[in-house]
Design a protein around this ligand. Structure first.
Ligand code: G6P
Length: 490
């Protein structure tokens, strides 16, 4: 089996370089080991009609990483436009933030179709395609229209909203119909899958018995695969990072204070305003906590050219300075607010230094920070996770202190409780959460999905009596590509 993994953002970074975004960071170690080809955007664009998509290809573990220059005329409409100003807000139940034109949708489809054409280059008779996330909802349909009969799976890293909310996305019907080209559609939680199936049943009028949907493309199976992490690897990073200068400086700077940590992209789905407001409220309600606790909020800037993101950046900067101004003392600042990223190793060390982890999104597919915070703790003196019940991770990490991020007073009280939790309770909760992390690692997620995809494809092909035709010869293998990976893919 030759696996081709596709996502908009890819990662070539090692554990020592800053990472952006949960998806790329999560996939890197497993894709690296699997020998898959990982195809995504280079982050650069290229003008004009490209006869052959330009890809920079390098080795990645036992496989390869292919970074494509996407078409200049369509990139903004695809990425800032439809993907991040129509789909992202809707998938996170923020229809009020949808800003999208018909041109954006056209660009989104153009980029999906461009990617499909680019992928033909990697097709071999035993190729399995695995498409990631909302940037490529229609990629499976584009591949099918090019005659690809191989297994094609899709995994959504974000939530899937209720049918009324998804119905607010321009061209929603066409998109869901296109998604049925996938043999397997994977979701993070039961709620996400049920919302999707409810749309398919009620809005498309299709039968959803057993989570299998028949469409003009054949059978499509919908199932749940909660993404995990590699807890042992993260724990090892955390122990190793103790001596890293950033980590030891942070420890020294605490002067006996207890630290809470938050690590997020600046995104309205992450509930940052509510979190900071709850921290503020806690200091107001319990002024004796001043000088004894503080918050380190790492907030990496993201999608800044989109108005909703730019506005949020300004709002957060103002809120932090307002809170620090009101509560701060000459020798104490309540909130340290950093707009920069850290490597996974340093992050693991920072998590281990913090007594409380704050993961309080308004809506989140999974949220791997929650899992990483837990895995990074010192087993003999673990910290406490405060987790939003609206993060996918709350299904597994129900031994965290679960909060409603809209209830500011409730969150303020829970954060104070977390700071003062006695050791036996911290250990009990931590051990329960670690057991869940070990029971569903990123390696399990990866292999379970690929296996289910092959099964779904085999079952679908049987049901429709469809036997894959002989494959055409590979198209345009390039010298640079074969020079790096030998003739493995020819
Ligand atoms: C989320 C999405 C990913 C995305 C990441 C970072 O985790 O599910 O697909 O890569 O955010 O966002 P960005 O737009 O910077 O790639």
């Amino acid at each position: 089996m030759n696996l081709v993994v596709v996502s908009n953002r890819v990662s070539r970074a090692s554990a020592n370089e800053p990472m952006t975004g949960g998806l790329a960071a999560a996939l890197l170690p497993v894709v690296e080991k699997s020998g898959a080809i990982w195809v995504g955007s280079s982050g650069r664009v290229r003008d004009g009609a490209q006869k052959e998509p330009f890809a920079e290809i390098e080795t990645l573990g036992a496989g390869a990483l292919a970074m494509l220059d996407l078409p200049a005329a369509h990139y903004a409409g695809y990425y800032e436009g439809f993907a991040n100003s129509a789909l992202w807000p809707a998938l996170h139940s923020r229809s009020d933030l949808i800003r999208s034109s018909h041109e954006d949708y056209k660009s989104y489809r153009e980029v999906n179709s461009f990617m499909a054409r680019a992928l033909l280059r990697f097709r071999k008779p035993d190729t399995v395609f695995w498409i990631q996330d909302y940037h490529f909802l229609a990629l499976g349909a584009e591949l099918r229209d090019l005659g690809v009969t191989h297994p094609i799976g899709f995994f959504l890293h974000t939530p899937w909203p209720t049918r009324a909310i998804f119905g607010g996305v321009p061209n929603h019907r066409e998109l869901v119909e296109a998604m049925l080209a996938y043999d397997l559609i994977g979701f993070q939680t039961d709620d996400d899958r049920n919302n999707f199936l409810s749309y398919v049943e009620n809005d498309l009028g299709l039968d959803i018995a057993g989570g299998v949907v028949a469409s003009r493309f054949g059978m499509s199976r919908c199932a749940v695969f909660p993404i995990g992490i590699d807890p042992a690897r993260f724990a090892a990073h955390a122990a190793k990072a103790a001596s890293h200068p950033d980590v030891s400086r942070l420890r020294r700077s605490l002067n006996g204070e207890k630290l809470a940590i938050g690590v997020d992209r600046v995104d309205y789905s992450k509930g940052l305003v509510n979190r900071l407001t709850a921290f503020d409220r806690m200091l107001t309600l319990q002024p004796q906590l001043k000088r004894t606790v503080s918050l380190l909020q790492i907030a990496t800037l993201s999608r800044g050219t989109i108005e909703a993101y730019g506005d949020l950046q300004n709002q957060l900067a103002k809120l932090v300075s307002d809170i620090n101004g009101r509560h701060g003392e000459v020798d104490w600042t309540p909130i340290r607010y950093l707009n920069k990223g850290f490597s996974q190793t340093v992050l693991a060390g920072l998590y281990r230094t913090a007594h409380v982890g704050l993961v309080t999104p308004l809506n989140d597919g999974m949220n791997l920070v929650a899992k990483e915070y837990v895995a990074a703790q010192n087993p003999v003196d673990p910290g406490v996770l405060v987790l939003s019940k609206f993060a996918g991770a709350a299904n597994e990490l129900d031994a965290a202190l679960l909060v409603n991020p809209h209830d500011i007073d409730g969150m303020a009280r829970t954060i104070a409780t977390a700071f003062s939790m006695p050791l036996p309770e911290r250990r009990m909760r931590w051990e329960a959460m670690m057991a869940r992390l070990r029971a569903g690692t990123i390696q399990d997620w990866f292999s379970d999905f690929v296996e289910a995809l092959q099964d779904a494809h085999a079952a679908g092909a049987k049901a429709t009596g469809d036997h894959p035709p002989e494959d055409p010869p590979m198209v345009w293998p390039t010298r640079s590509f074969s020079a790096i990976v030998g003739n493995r893919f020819h």
